[in-house]
Design a protein around this ligand. Sequence first.
Ligand code: FAD
Length: 433
Amino acid sequence: MSKKVAIVGGGISGLGAAWMLKKSGFEVTVYEEKAHPGGHMESFEFEVAGQMERCHMNPGHFRYSPHIKALSKLWDLPTYEQEFGVYYHHGDESWATFSHSEFFLAHADECRRFTDMMKELYERDAAAEASASTLHDYLTVNGFSPNFIQHIFSPVFSWVFGDIRKKDIHHISLVHVVELFALGIFSFFKPIVMLRFPKGGLELLEKLLEPLDGDVLLNTRVENVVRNEQGVLVVDSMGGQRRFDEIIFSVNFEIIQSILDTPHPMEASILNGLKYRDLHIELHGDKSIVPSHFFEEERIGVILTDNTATDPMIPFDSQGRISEIMASTITGDMSPVDRAALYADRLYKLEKLTIESLIARGNVFQIQGFQNTWYCGLSTVPGFTEFCMVSGFAVAEKLGAKYPIEHNENTQKVYENVKRMMFNSFPSLRIFS
Ligand SMILES: Cc1cc2nc3c(=O)[nH]c(=O)nc-3n(C[C@H](O)[C@H](O)[C@H](O)COP(=O)(O)OP(=O)(O)OC[C@H]3O[C@@H](n4cnc5c(N)ncnc54)[C@H](O)[C@@H]3O)c2cc1C
């Protein structure tokens, strides 16, 4: 008889696990509290001047994403590459990755030195050293100037990790940036190259959903999970109670703590160790947030100021054109966006990248599989779509499913690294390579 598996969460990681399990003959049920699957890869419509516009919250995937590429090839999904830069606006300290200002050039040596130091740590595989150091301490101890820290490093860093509060680098672990800079995935000198889908990644979600017809329960929140000798009992918000052999959580650890009945002290302490921060995003048409010349420029990028990070979004049908719909990450209590220009807003929870969170994440492997309970998704791996989806595959394989795509050298590397992070130990400096 095939095993029955419950999956809490219909984001890319839960769907990745469900897709792979289903293909291997498992009975799966995905619980998704919202009316649509996708989670953080949300895509939704809203009205602008009498017309419906669609926005995708995920601007793209790192070009390095080998599984996303392999699946796009397998399913014949069109993708395109696009350069994406940083524009930092701050008076005399302004600079951009596309055009290097005098201010930037005065600090170019520091940019090179930082990059070389990341390469050196990476080549030595100094994971323990990098994990123990905060970004702020590392930069200060190594003599980087306050201007570099505040006006060059912090904006670049905060764009990648979705927050522009400069004080964050005081407690963020260095381990999160080493590989990105060492491999040149991220650079001060040139824009990042993103892999994009014309429909913002919806096409990927649709393909993962194809074999799951009837297995995804939408508008159904898991409220309680009870484990005993008979297996796992899932109680949901629609009054349903179902028994499963195994359960996979692909939601954040705060949610798991609120629904897991009588967790073992070890589970409680690991789940409680990971902390989250709010990411508040507003979709709007307030052009005053963005310098006026921006819309004339051909180049795409995130615009950073002291209190917003604004990404003029790209609607699904206009490859390359900068949309006048903007997504701003707002910092502080006051939103500078004109309320009349606001179309929608969203609040996300992202992991705090502190040393304490890193230690908690590094111990998740100790509770994987305990009482038929498994964990994948953004609390178990770095929060990019590639790793989240692959974490779903990795947990499905632990339950006996067969890895579903033909490996190439790059997919193999990422898959092995994700498995090591989830089931052996973390931190590690090697995620992509
Ligand atoms: C604004 C934004 C932009 C991003 N841009 C990029 C990018 O450009 N490139 C990139 O690689 N990554 C990006 N990311 C990160 C990436 O989107 C996420 O890491 C990834 O999508 C997380 O997937 P997940 O399945 O682990 O979790 P989630 O997407 O959070 O999925 C969890 C799901 O569980 C559901 N749920 C929660 N509680 C319950 C419950 N009790 N019962 C049932 N269902 C429940 C939620 O509704 C959600 O659908 C971005 C994230 C955000 C927020």
